[in-house]
Write a protein that binds this ligand. Structure first.
Ligand SMILES: [Zn+2]
Length: 272
């Protein structure tokens, strides 16, 4: 007999010598004996599937990137309502499928309603989602990445968007990936003075003696500004940009894009 599924694991198949019975019970294993599991996540994006369904892509702290089918969500009277829109932090009950899980229940944990009503905040939050989406892996837990995204969205729900917040998010995202840029020593020689340049390939600030090929010159104060944002808690950061903010964002953006090897399209709305 096929083993019964448990509440949090996939059902196991019948032992090898039991093929005819396994086939006879095929519809049962696929339709009725599917395992149910619970998960939590932030909706990163959705895309249409067939006439009425959507695939929902979420970032889960325990499972990394999760793709699940929300059946009937594009019908006017969908039981999911607007609960599976991007940015929403949800608790889910899922049926495990062979390839894709199916969402059966959704509860909103955090909806971030004020964030959604402001175009600048939506642009900043979209950049955070896009960057998290670019680095999250399926079946790979990342509590740190989830916490970083959740805290970014929480701040955007209570404060206006600021370029420094997006810059801090990108720098700290790099840190979660183990790619934190060197900002208080030269990435090439390790000295801590004359950090006048930045090298995307070398991995951070570089001194005027090393000045590797492709490094760019920074105005005085930008390296210190970047270092401060890389270690700031979002909730206690000053919201007002200063004269270093725009240049710092450009550096953080190019740094992350260089190491991810892709453009962050959402950033064009903030940093054209
Ligand atoms: Zn150096």
């Amino acid at each position: 007999m096929p083993a019964m599924p448990t509440c949090c694991g996939r059902s196991t198949t019948a032992p090898p010598g039991d093929a005819p019975r396994r086939e006879a019970a095929g519809f049962l294993t696929s339709e009725l004996l599917m395992a149910i599991r619970h998960d939590t996540g932030i909706v990163l994006r959705t895309y249409p599937l067939g006439e009425a369904d959507r695939i929902v892509v979420l970032l889960s702290p325990h499972q990394g990137k999760v793709r699940a089918v929300a059946k009937g969500i594009r019908k006017t009277k969908s039981r999911f309502g607007g609960r599976l829109e991007p940015f929403t932090h949800v608790e889910l009950v899922l049926y495990e499928g062979r390839n894709l899980d199916t969402v059966t229940q959704v509860e909103v944990v955090e909806a971030f309603p004020r964030l959604r009503g402001d175009l600048d905040r939506v642009a900043a939050a979209s950049t955070m989602l896009e960057a998290a989406d670019a680095v999250a892996q399926e079946d790979q837990a990342s509590v740190a990445l989830f916490d970083l995204l959740a805290s970014g969205l929480r701040v955007l729900d209570v404060r206006p968007a600021s370029p420094d917040l997006v810059t801090a998010f990108l720098l700290q995202l790099a840190g979660v990936l183990g790619l934190a840029p060197a900002l208080d020593v030269c990435a090439s020689c390790g000295r801590s003075d004359r950090l006048e340049r930045f090298s995307f390939a070398a991995g951070g600030s570089v001194c005027s003696t090393c000045r590797p090929e492709g490094s760019v010159r920074l105005r005085p104060g930008v390296t210190t500004h970047l270092a401060r944002l890389a270690s700031s808690e979002f909730a206690v950061m000053a919201g007002e940009p200063d004269e270093h903010s725009a240049e710092a964002m450009g550096i953080a953006r190019r740094f992350v894009e260089y190491h991810l090897d892709r453009r962050l399209v959402s950033l064009a709305a903030i940093d054209p």
